[in-house]
Design a protein around this ligand. Structure first.
Ligand SMILES: [Mg+2]
Length: 255
């Protein structure tokens, strides 16, 4: 394998179980990786999720290492870097108020029509993430087990996505996590974020490696593969840890 200059990761089910903190083993691997290359985490989630799941758990990381970490919440429509001891938002590309109102109304009415508007949830179903409106069928804080049961074959999410997309031709409606649908400006997906990352860092896409759990054609990581970036498919964070166990020594010995 060519040595990547930057390794980018999806977050949920790639670095950690959905909406959960990274394991200490993964934290240690990420700190080691930051000692060798630039690292990006790109996800449909917002910055607070990155903090809770990743940043707060990077034990023993120093400022120099954090300076090599690139955070791209909401598929890269937001970008954060660490400088002078804190995380700074470099940019955020938000939806207009009109776009937000249309998106919120369309996804709620469609979910109700299809019978997917649940009455018992863990937190809010709809969330305004600035650059993205997110529908989470069972609420933002639903446990993994409940989410897995809600839509095991993905049929509900697909039906909702297609119906909402028909109502919002100027916006993009996409599958997010296991029970979520994300609405953004058109053309915003992880490929958009990776292209922005290449512009911002000056590192060509050909020198990057992307690791994700949803590289299948309906997955939210697929646009990165379609863009032509070298991709590693994993099923869970343990797979990712095994891959990093192999990758990291090659970076240290002959890069
Ligand atoms: Mg994922």
């Amino acid at each position: 394998m060519n040595h990547p200059r930057l390794v980018a990761f999806d977050l949920d089910d790639t670095l950690a179980p959905s909406k959960s903190p990274i394991d200490p083993r993964m934290a240690a691997l990420l700190v080691q990786l930051l000692g060798a290359v630039e690292v990006c985490v790109i996800s449909g989630g917002q910055f607070a999720q990155f903090t809770m799941q990743v940043i707060d758990n990077l034990a023993g990381v120093d400022d120099a290492a954090l300076g090599r970490l690139h955070l791209m919440p909401t598929c890269g429509t937001q970008y954060y870097r660490h400088a002078a001891g804190e995380w700074e938002q470099v940019y955020a590309e938000n939806l207009s108020d009109d776009q937000k109102q249309n998106a919120l109304a369309a996804v709620e009415s469609t979910a109700r029509d299809l019978g997917y508007w649940e009455s018992e949830t863990w937190g809010a179903i709809l969330e305004d993430r600035g650059s993205q409106i997110t529908f989470s069928a069972l609420g933002q804080a639903a446990p993994v087990a409940a989410k897995t049961q809600w839509d095991p074959d993905g049929a509900k999410k697909t039906a909702l996505r297609e119906a909402v997309q028909a109502l919002l031709p100027d916006l993009e409606v996409r599958s997010g996590g296991s029970t979520s649908v994300d609405i953004t400006r058109r053309g915003i997906d992880k490929a958009y974020g990776m292209k922005r990352l290449a512009e911002l860092t000056g590192i060509p896409l050909g020198d990057m490696l992307f690791v994700g759990d949803r590289l299948d054609e309906n997955g939210n990581d697929y646009p990165v593969k379609a863009l032509g970036v070298d991709c590693i498919a994993v099923e869970n964070w343990e797979d990712t840890a095994r891959f990093l166990d192999q990758l990291i020594p090659t970076l240290h010995t002959d890069s």
